[in-house]
Design a protein around this ligand. Structure first.
Ligand SMILES: Nc1nc2c(c(=O)[nH]1)N[C@H]1C(S)=C(S)[C@@H](COP(=O)(O)O)O[C@H]1N2
Ligand SMILES: [Mo]
Length: 425
């Protein structure tokens, strides 16, 4: 071997690669091949024939097991972060569970590092027994798991044709959340009958605080410490977050450190100047501000075919997600003629309460340009509106929160798919 080659790849020699004993070296080359670097193998003097052998996974031993699993190097899944948020790549995902490392993120002042050994949750105010719980204390209570979505109420963007599901609506994700029911803790501390609201406070630099009706705490609120079978990710609130199924993401306070029981809402920044929506007064006249709009309205979105996919004429399985913060999805309809006619799509089991549901609709595309879209109806009878219906109801200044419009895709004759920008401001 020439000297300069040894310098470039100090741990790999032609001999160790082809000798068969050096599994690690083989693994290295396999990895290199997976990443599309056959040049590296060539560098250490492997012939095209030998390279072909190494490229055949039935001719060389595979990689040994690792400490943790890895995603295939061929799968490029990214959340495309900005400074304040990152979005789930909905167009690349299957089924209903979002892989934890692809859960969307929204941080108002960064991700704090919280030491689980020093973690404390204080519950005080209108309670008989004010209590400080450690993480170990919380884990001693009966634990429950449920699959539910989490969606930011600011989850709608539009404006240009080249927008993917991720860019339009990637601020929603779904996990199996595990923790202790808040109702269990409420009974433990003895919430007084006079308590009607509680304040949840985060232990991050934003010190996020929200007022929440006590009733939600007794209904289905969860003090979550796990996500998809492991401890919460730091991005999702490690070690403990509040999780309010079906309600706007902002209220599911991460890095939760304090709950205070009271008899009125606190009117924090996050429920006055933010997370409120101007609405037009009925019959015109001066508008009002809608405050405490907790529930996420039912929504659906076709995730395939969608930008940037390109399809061929013939049979296409239209796929997407539908969900409602008010309960179960009962029906998803798909239109392949710009909303003139609608067909009922198939719902994939399980159809869970306040959860993303996958829908499918088999369709034969004749190759002519058209528009496809979906609309959902939930168990309260609510049907997903168009953006025009939303604006007509709320007025043009409705802001960016709680927008769940039907989202059409334009299918061009060449098979390319584009978002249909919905200009409304
Ligand atoms: N403490 C704290 N909790 C928080 C936030 C925050 O910045 N700090 N962001 C909120 C917002 S706006 C949303 S949409 C969700 C996002 O949760 P995720 O990052 O786990 O997806 O957390 C909420 N809880
Ligand atoms: Mo949010």
């Amino acid at each position: 071997m020439k000297k300069n080659e040894t310098e470039r790849t100090p741990n790999v020699s032609r001999r160790s690669l082809l000798g068969g004993a050096a599994t690690a070296a083989v693994a290295l080359v396999q990895n290199a091949l997976a990443k599309g670097w056959p040049a590296m193998a060539v560098q250490v003097g492997i012939s095209q024939y030998e390279l072909k052998l190494l490229d055949d996974p039935t001719r060389v031993p595979g990689l040994p097991p690792g400490e943790v699993g890895t995603r295939s190097a061929f799968e490029k899944l990214v959340k495309k972060p900005s400074d304040i948020s990152s979005r789930s790549p909905l167009q690349d995902l299957h089924g209903i569970i979002t892989p934890s490392d692809l859960h969307f993120e929204r941080h108002h002042n960064g991700i704090p590092t919280v030491d689980p050994a020093r973690y404390e949750l204080t519950i005080h105010g209108l309670v008989h027994r004010p209590t400080v719980f450690s993480l170990a204390d919380l884990k001693r209570f009966p634990s429950v798991s449920r699959i539910a979505f989490l969606e930011c109420s600011g989850n709608f963007r539009t404006g240009k044709e080249t927008m993917s599901p991720q860019e339009i609506a990637g601020l929603t994700s779904q996990s199996e959340w595990t923790g202790v029911k808040l109702s269990t803790l409420f009974r433990e501390v003895g919430v007084k009958p006079s308590a009607t609201w509680f304040l949840a406070e985060g232990g991050d630099a934003a010190r996020m605080t929200r007022s929440i009706p006590v009733q939600k705490g007794f209904d289905d609120a969860l003090i979550a410490y796990a996500q998809n079978g492991e401890a919460l990710r730091p991005e999702q609130g490690y070690p403990v977050r509040l999780f309010l199924p079906g309600w706007e993401g902002n209220m599911s306070v991460k890095w939760l450190r304090r709950l205070e029981l009271g008899d009125a809402p606190w009117h924090t920044r996050e429920e006055t100047s933010k997370y409120t929506e101007p609405v037009r007064a009925p019959g015109g006249g001066p508008g009002k501000i809608r405050q405490f709009s907790f529930e996420m309205d039912a929504r659906s979105l076709i995730t395939y075919p969608a930008y940037p996919a390109q399809v061929e004429r013939g049979w296409i399985e239209i796929r997407g997600l539908a969900w409602s913060g008010r309960g179960k999805v009962v029906r998803v309809e798909v239109s392949t003629d710009a909303g003139r006619s609608w067909q009922v799509a198939e719902l994939q089991q399980p159809v869970l309460d306040k959860a993303h549901v996958r829908f499918r609709h088999l369709w034969r595309w004749d190759g002519a340009e058209t528009e496809i879209c979906s609309r959902v109806t939930d168990e309260t009878g609510y049907t997903q509106p168009t953006l025009k219906q939303l604006i007509d109801a709320r007025g043009p200044d409705t802001g960016g929160y709680h927008l769940n419009p039907i989202t059409p895709w334009v299918l061009k004759a060449d098979g390319r798919v584009f978002h249909k920008p919905q200009n409304w401001r």
